[in-house]
Structure formats: structure tokens, C-alpha cells
Design a protein around this ligand. Structure first.
Ligand SMILES: [Zn+2]
Length: 101
């Protein structure tokens, strides 16, 4: 039986220096990571060192696209405006329908 637990590291913030602060919400592990050419890893809180921490090694693939996606709005201004106009139209039609009967 393996007692290895799998934890997910999450990119919590990126410091102005470019260092990424990763945290595991399961055991409190926390470290600073700087990408090559100056690759360094500074452990702030060791947490559960027996656990397998995903995200630290696959950080480029897992972490970065999520952060970039968060910075962008889900809907573009045009789509949002169109949707609001459409919803308003539906609402007005509904009220007129109720009032007319
Ligand atoms: Zn952990």
C-alpha cells in the first residue's frame, strides 16, 4: 500500500521580480519559483514533504495559461452588450405579454 498523497500546488501570485509563489492548500507547502535562466526554488514552508505535489513540475503547462485566462474577461464588450440588449428585449416582450392579457 502506498501512503503517498497527491496534492495540487496553485500559483498564488507572481512577484514583481518574476518569482512565482506557489502554495498547496492541503498541507500549507509554499515556495518561490523563478524560471530559467535563473532557476531557483526557495521553500518558504515545507508542508507535507511525503506528499506528491502536482503543479510544481508541470507548472509551465498547468499554471501559466490559467493565470493568463484570468486576466481576460470571459465575454468581450460587444458580446456582452448584445446579450444585454437581447435580454432586455425578451423582458419587455414578456411584460407586454402579461399586461395585455
Ligand atoms: Zn501539499
Amino acid at each position: 500500500m502506498s501512503n503517498l498523497e497527491e496534492h495540487s500546488m496553485e500559483l498564488e501570485r507572481v512577484h514583481p521580480s518574476g518569482a512565482e509563489e506557489w502554495v498547496c492548500h492541503t498541507c500549507g507547502r509554499r515556495f518561490l519559483l523563478t524560471w530559467p535562466p535563473d532557476y531557483t526554488k526557495v521553500i518558504i514552508n515545507a508542508g507535507d514533504e511525503q506528499a506528491v505535489h502536482n503543479g510544481s513540475k508541470g507548472g509551465v503547462r498547468l499554471g501559466r495559461p490559467q493565470v493568463e485566462r484570468l486576466a481576460e474577461p470571459t465575454l468581450s464588450e460587444d458580446v456582452r452588450r448584445e446579450l444585454e440588449a437581447w435580454l432586455e428585449e425578451i423582458d419587455i416582450d414578456g411584460q407586454l405579454g402579461l399586461a395585455g392579457q
